[in-house]
Design a protein around this ligand. Sequence first.
Ligand code: ATP
Ligand code: PYR
Ligand code: K
Ligand code: MG
Length: 568
Amino acid sequence: MSQSLHFFTPSSNVTLPKHSLFTPSFTTSSRRFQVTTTKQRCFAIKVSTSSSSDPKVLTTGNGTADILSQISQQEAAAVSPDSSSIEVDAVTEVELKENGFRSTRRTKLVCTIGPATCGFEQLEALAVGGMNVARINMCHGTREWHRRVIEQVRRLNEEKGFAVAIMMDTEGSEIHMGDLGGAPSAKAEDGEIWTFSVRAFDMPRPDRTITVNYDGFAEDVKVGDELLVDGGMVRFEVIEKIGPDVKCRCTDPGLLLPRANLTFWRDGSLVRERNAMLPTISPKDWLDIDFGIAEGVDFIAISFVKSAEVINHLKSYIAARSRDSDIAVIAKIESIDSLKNLEEIIQASDGAMVARGDLGAQIPLEQVPSAQQKVVQMCRHLNKPVIVASQLLESMIEYPTPTRAEVADVSEAVRQRADALMLSGESAMGQFPEKALAVLRSVSVRIEKWWREEKRHEAMELPDVGSSFADNISEEICNSAAKMANNLEVDALFVYTKTGHMASLLSRCRPDCPIFAFTTTTSVRRRLNLQWGLIPFRLSFSDDMESNLNKTFSLLKARGMIKSVRPR
Ligand SMILES: Nc1ncnc2c1ncn2[C@@H]1O[C@H](COP(=O)(O)OP(=O)(O)OP(=O)(O)O)[C@@H](O)[C@H]1O
Ligand SMILES: CC(=O)C(=O)O
Ligand SMILES: [K+]
Ligand SMILES: [Mg+2]
């Protein structure tokens, strides 16, 4: 098995760097490495290892003009440039052509789809606006409704060449309110008495009555407890218990949304009684997961993860049921338990989400920012994509411009170099979904550029993640390639990746230039769309890197995404 790494250097008389751009593991075992200069201005390093899953090749280029001047007319002609055999979406294509490689957005964007965005045109507008992943929340709507959304996203991908991935988010079995009898919201005013009940009501249900999904609710709460809706957006005090009904007085007025999360507090601490024993994945969640597997969603996000065990269980469940599709499991960090077992949970998962909505209901709000930073950093260390979610642009549910504080919050998540930012209510039921997405997009691009120009990124020591020698080689190649790309100020890194692993290792380094990730399957292409800095393309390629490179350049050139200039 061999791996090769292609570098295209900026000057015409290249000498191989004397000092090691590679770490000692490369130089001390030189027996394994064969360095050859292949062309006048490029060199390749072929790495032989006894065991490796697939041949991985990495190319870095210093600007397409230079690269293309390497390719003779004959070589270019040898590959018939059937430009349809490379798949990239129209928006990325235009962006690359018009703005160049360097100014592409690196931070990925996730939009929750709801009543405001479930139409085909609305979905298309989001895709055009930069949505990389569409999230469906199984707390709301019917499976039929979600199936239609999935179908439309798939149609959008097929007809318009997008690679929008689908993330299904489970409901989980925490305590939450019912669906408000179909009303989009209800206003609770200061001092009003509301009834929270575990009874099932016939329609219409009595005024100021809210159903609760957890049967033990009326037994677990005590008179005097504080009841928080959505982590404190609305607060009540428990004043009386009458069988299955709990009477509460509103102490902090606000808007109640369907299926809002409920927590109760006693003497300033979160009460976790029998509800703490509820399973992470409820019987209804298992049915939703079966639905997600059948529909071939790309990601399943698990709410209220408490331990790595549930992730491992779900992963084997998925593996047994979907042999050819590979669904990634995202752990939602939104509970005290998930913070306690953070490292093992992230290690077991394929990615994580900082779900600040519920997290802020379980830990004091002032602890949420440090928890976010910790999760983002740990994901980077362990090479797992991370999403920062909830209330990024909350005011844009109602207003067309964000608050200054919201822009600062988005900027901070971009500066932490999270893989992705997520819209919730802003895109699901807000009045300005496209505007909210445009704010995420422009703030991301601006902050990324600023930090690149200022070279302000803190150096982050990235620990090894692989356990085998082959894994270590892949990591070293990627770390070195990213470093070299930065030092030589190249325009793009090219990586050929079957499983997506090499691309993720490069993304983890957060290089200054974008990473073109060429992969053979559409499902891997969609999955890579969640990761920082990756521009995923679908392309069939072989083990012969020389021909892959020629083919790629010809195809990109035929599409007008890179230009040829006369050799200097
Ligand atoms: N499929 C849907 N149908 C109707 N309303 C929806 C749908 N998806 C989302 N919404 C609305 O958008 C709001 C925000 O959606 P979101 O999924 O982000 O909720 P959340 O409470 O932040 O997430 P979670 O329930 O996972 O903690 C919801 O409270 C709901 O009012
Ligand atoms: C997204 C989500 O589940 C939360 O913020 O609670
Ligand atoms: K959910
Ligand atoms: Mg949540």
